[in-house]
Design a binder for this molecule. Structure first.
Ligand code: DAV
Length: 396
C-alpha cells in the first residue's frame, strides 16, 4: 500500500498540479532568419567564469607573446573578478540597449563553473562560463535545439538556460524542444594528431575539412549554424563535424527545412560561422575577406540572387590576451531587425559600410571589447528566442 502514490491516478494528479504540458497562453518560440524583428532574446552572463582547461577539443594559447613568456603556461581556475565585472557591465548595457529597442531580454542562471566535472568517460578540473549562449542552443523556426558540443568544460553549460527552455516549452504549445545526442566526449571522439599539424600541413589539407574532432558522433555548436528561413547553413569546423550536419538534416527534414553545409577552406582552424559569413538580410551577406566561401558553395548562393559584401579589416584588431577568438570578432554583429544592427563601438569602418552600402538605417554602436575574453562578441553572447519572421524560401 505504501506505493499507492506511484499509481496512475496519483500520477495524473501530479501532472495537473505541476502544470506539465501546454498552457496555450503565453510566449512563442520563433526565429526563422537572422534578420526578422527581434522581440525576445537571451543575453549571456560572465559570472564565475573560469579559464578553459587544456583538452582534446581545445589547446588554448596566450595570444600575447610577452605575457606568454611571463606566465609560461596557460592559467587555470577562476578568471579575475575584475575581468568578470568588466564583461558583465557590457553585457548589462547590451540588455538595456535591447530593452530600449523593445526587445524583452532573459538571462542565464548564475552557476558555479569552478566545480570539477567527472563523467564515466572524462574529467575536467573546472567548467567555463555561460557567456556565449549562441553556442549551446539555437532556435530553428519553432524548434529549440540543444547543441552537441565538443568541449568537455562546456558539457553542462546548457543547464544555465534550462529554466528558460522549460518556461518556453510550457507556455508555447507549438514549440518543439530537441537535444542532439549528448556527446560522450571520450578520447576516441577526437583526432589528437590534428594539433601536431603545422600551418603548412593544415593549408595542404584545407579542402578535406578535417579538424580536431572525428566523425564518430554527431557534433556541432549552435553557432556553426546560420538561418535563412527554409534553409539553414552549417560550417564544418573545429566544433562541428559532418555527422553533426547529417543529424541536423535528418531531424529537420520532416519540417521541410533544408540543411546545407558551408565551407570556408582558408580558415585553417574554424569555429562558428558568425565571424566569417554573416547574413544581413534577404539576399545579402557580410563576408570575411580572409575567409572566402568555397567556390562550389558560392555558386549556389549567387544562382539564388544573393550578394556578398566584404567586411573591411577591423578598426581595432586587438583582443584580450586570453581570448581564443580572432580579430574577426569585429564581424560578430547582432542584426535585431530589418535595417537595424548593433555593432562594437570602435568598428567605425564596419558601421559606415552597414549604413552606406548595406541599407541599415539604425546602427547602434556599443562598447563590448571586455566580452572578447570569453570568445565572443554581440552575436555570440545572445540567443534569439523570438523574431517576427516566417519560413521564407530564398533558395527556390
Ligand atoms: O573567427 O575567431 C570566433 C568564435 C565566435 N563564437 C573566430 C571565431
Amino acid at each position: 500500500q505504501g506505493r499507492r502514490s506511484f499509481g496512475s491516478e496519483a500520477r495524473e494528479v501530479h501532472v495537473a498540479q505541476h502544470k506539465v504540458g501546454p498552457q496555450g497562453h503565453g510566449r512563442k518560440l520563433n526565429a526563422w532568419t537572422q534578420w526578422g524583428e527581434l522581440k525576445e532574446c537571451v543575453v549571456g552572463v560572465a559570472d564565475n567564469a573560469c579559464f578553459p582547461p587544456v583538452q582534446p577539443a581545445m589547446i588554448p594559447e596566450i595570444n600575447d607573446p610577452v605575457l606568454r613568456n611571463v606566465l609560461g603556461e596557460w592559467p587555470r581556475g577562476r578568471k579575475s573578478q575584475r575581468c568578470i565585472d568588466a564583461a558583465n557591465q557590457e553585457l548589462d548595457n547590451l540588455v538595456n540597449v535591447l530593452e530600449g529597442e523593445g526587445v524583452k531580454t532573459l538571462r542565464p542562471e548564475v552557476m558555479d563553473w569552478s566545480q570539477p566535472l567527472r563523467t564515466p568517460l572524462f574529467a575536467v578540473e573546472n567548467q567555463y562560463v555561460a557567456c556565449c549562449v549562441r553556442d549551446t542552443v539555437i532556435t530553428v523556426g519553432k524548434t529549440a535545439i540543444e547543441a552537441a558540443m565538443s568541449r568537455r568544460d562546456r558539457y553542462f553549460e546548457i543547464l544555465a538556460v534550462r529554466q528558460i527552455l522549460r518556461d518556453l516549452w510550457r507556455e508555447d504549445p507549438e514549440m518543439l524542444w530537441k537535444a542532439a545526442p549528448k556527446p560522450s566526449m571520450a578520447d576516441d571522439m577526437y583526432d589528437l594528431s590534428w594539433w601536431d599539424w603545422t600551418d603548412e600541413e593544415r593549408y595542404e589539407h584545407m579542402h578535406k575539412y578535417r579538424y580536431c574532432i572525428n566523425n564518430e558522433e554527431p557534433i556541432f555548436d549552435a553557432a556553426d549554424i546560420t538561418r535563412c528561413g527554409k534553409d539553414i547553413f552549417v560550417q564544418p569546423s573545429m566544433t562541428c563535424n559532418y555527422a553533426g550536419i547529417e543529424w541536423l538534416r535528418r531531424e529537420l527534414a520532416p519540417q521541410g527545412i533544408r540543411v546545407h553545409s558551408a565551407h570556408f577552406p582558408y580558415d585553417l582552424a574554424p569555429s562558428h560561422i558568425d565571424c566569417t559569413f554573416v547574413i544581413l538580410g534577404p539576399h545579402l551577406v557580410l563576408t570575411n575577406p580572409e575567409r572566402p566561401i568555397a567556390d562550389r558553395d558560392a555558386e549556389f548562393w549567387k544562382e539564388n540572387g544573393w550578394q556578398f559584401v566584404d567586411c573591411g579589416q577591423p578598426d581595432n584588431p586587438e583582443r584580450p590576451a586570453f581570448s581564443q577568438s580572432s580579430k574577426w570578432l569585429s564581424m560578430n554583429i547582432f542584426v535585431i531587425g530589418p535595417g537595424k544592427v548593433i555593432v562594437e563601438e570602435q568598428e567605425k569602418g564596419l558601421q559606415n559600410l552597414l549604413k552606406h552600402q548595406c541599407g541599415f538605417t539604425t546602427v547602434i554602436p556599443i562598447p563590448f571589447r571586455n566580452v572578447f575574453e570569453y570568445g565572443g562578441s554581440l552575436h555570440c553572447s545572445t540567443w534569439d528566442t523570438r523574431r517576427e519572421d516566417d519560413m521564407v524560401d530564398l533558395f527556390p
